[in-house]
Design a binder for this molecule. Structure first.
Ligand code: NAP
Ligand code: MG
Length: 475
């Protein structure tokens, strides 16, 4: 298991020898001590990444694509091991980890294919006095900062397009889950990624380390996935050197069930939208708005499916819901559920943390949730589904949009025309129309409002790591 910093192709201790523990949330035991990067390490990483990036940008797209494809092959061969790393440090159940690993690895194949399709534009100026040519070039040294909830996928969704575009990267993984990112870097080295092109700097001093990088004028790009709160801080930090930013931030996804929905389909979709990753997803359905006519049927069937889930340590192959990531997560979920219960919500299942070693919270469905509850306004990030009823479409759309977030909205209706009309009115970067899951490396992932800036995945994801250059010419 790699537990060091990865700088310029070397595995290194921190300059001051410091480290921090990574905890297994299923049993609260220390899994590993991981090196904690200091300011000296950051300087070294920027030096080597900057130099390596200059050479990397000169390689041909095909050369970079071949290395991405070779990475895809090697990562695929080690998919089970990657999934087990994810389970150990994040806690999620193995099926969720395998699904994450599959998604994470697929970004390499997708961007191997996209890397060789770097299209530009050429047009005549309206006055006819010149030609307008636009080409895309690598943006330069990119800093990637990722959260703990998808330790593999949030890293690969950035690394693959960045290096495909011709940029070198420094990845700062979340302190709760740095081990999977170090494993991925190790495998990429075996796939032929040159020293210094991919660097990984875990650190307990995240604020200081990232701030230092954003104030070095050689860093030209920040791609951040995490909370809106930290995103705001980093946008301010990035403003000093005008660093280009892509931000994938928090969500508060509504899940709308209309009176003409197929209720069994809606329940199946709700189980995915809510419970994928144990509810620890930015895309997790956070609020269920169900038409009054179908609310009882939906709630009963949904609660029955939730209650049937097996909870336990993620590596047990029969387990469907693993522990939450840490003790703070249990405290945060409990606060939101208790506030809802105090305001009259009725648990149809769950509703109290599980008293055991490890950070367990049971699948919970809350009926009769009052519209003023914090649980409808904040990210729950756990296996809890609050249900509110509605009577007409406009009321549902208004409630869905009544949030600072705009990452994703889900809706279920058997009338496709109604579904598309409502989709247009929902303030979200992504819509799940009769689907509980939307993620795909080929699709543009991202939010509007305070859920973020820019898109990952699709060809858009590659463009986030490129600058357009306009060449004005006559011929
Ligand atoms: P977080 O607290 O914002 O942390 C994200 C990353 O930022 C971690 O690497 C963290 O390092 C680092 N960080 C924290 N404070 C920092 C600071 N002051 N300066 C620089 N870096 C800092 O988020 P999280 O709790 O890990 O992840 C959950 C959040 O991510 C949720 O809000 C979720 O919605 C969001 N998310 C969004 C997407 C999306 O695509 N939109 C996907 C997944 C998750 P440490 O771990 O060392 O604190
Ligand atoms: Mg942990």
């Amino acid at each position: 298991m790699k537990t060091s910093l990865y700088i310029g192709g070397q595995w290194k201790d921190a300059s001051d020898g410091s480290s921090f523990p990574v905890i297994d949330p299923s049993n609260e035991q220390i899994l590993a001590e991981v090196a904690s990067a200091t300011s000296v390490d950051v300087n070294e990483a920027i030096d080597v990444a900057y130099k390596a990036g200059k050479e990397w940008a000169k390689t041909s797209p095909r050369e970079r694509a071949d290395i991405l494809m070779r990475s895809w092959e090697l990562l695929n061969q080690r998919k089970q091991e990657i999934a087990e790393y994810i389970v150990k440090e994040n806690g999620k159940a193995l099926p969720d980890a395998l699904s994450e690993a599959g998604y994470a690895i697929e970004f390499y194949r997708w961007y191997a294919e996209e890397t060789v399709r770097n299209y530009g534009e050429i047009l005549n100026s309206p006055s006819g006095d010149k030609k307008i040519m636009a080409i895309r070039q690598p943006i330069g040294l990119s800093v990637l900062v990722t959260p703990w909830n998808y330790p593999a996928a949030m890293a690969t969704r950035k690394i693959a397009p960045a290096i495909g575009a011709g940029c070198s990267v420094i990845l700062k993984p979340a302190s709760d889950t740095p081990l999977t990112a170090l494993l991925i870097a190790d495998i990429m080295e075996q796939a032929g990624v040159p020293a210094g092109v991919v660097n990984v700097l875990p650190s307990r001093s995240s604020g200081a380390v990232v701030s230092q990088m954003l104030h070095d004028s050689r860093v030209r790009k920040l791609s951040f996935t995490g909370s809106t709160e930290v995103g705001r801080i980093l946008l301010r930090e990035a403003s000093d050197c005008i660093v280009n930013c892509s931000m994938e931030l928090g969500g508060n996804a509504p899940f709308l069930v209309f009176d003409d929905a197929d209720i069994n389909d809606a329940v199946a979709g709700a189980m995915i939208a809510k419970m994928r990753n144990g509810g620890e997803a930015c895309t997790a359905a956070n609020r269920f708005y169900v038409h009054k006519k179908v609310a009882n049927e939906f709630s009963e069937k949904f609660a029955a499916a939730m209650q049937a889930l097996k909870v336990g340590p993620g590596l047990d192959p029969t387990v469907q819901l693993g522990p939450m990531v840490n003790a703070q997560a249990i405290a945060d979920i409990s606060r939101l559920v208790n506030d809802a219960k105090d305001k009259g919500a009725e648990p149809l299942c769950g509703g109290e943390p599980i008293d055991a070693v490890g950070f367990y919270y049971p699948p919970t469905v809350l009926a009769k949730v009052n519209k003023d509850c914090s649980i409808l306004k904040e990210e729950i990030f756990g296996p809890v589904a609050p249900i509110v009823t509605f009577e007409d479409d406009d009321e549902a759309i208004h409630a869905a949009n009544d949030t600072e977030y705009g990452l994703i909205s889900y809706l279920y209706t058997s009338n496709l025309s109604r579904g598309l009309k409502v989709s247009e009115k929902l303030d979200a970067g992504m819509i799940g129309l009769n689907r509980g899951m939307v993620s795909d490396p080929a699709a543009p992932f991202g939010g509007v409002k305070q859920s973020g800036l820019g898109r990952e995945g699709s060809h858009d994801g590659l463009h986030e790591y490129m600058e357009k250059k306009y060449i004005s010419l006559n011929w």
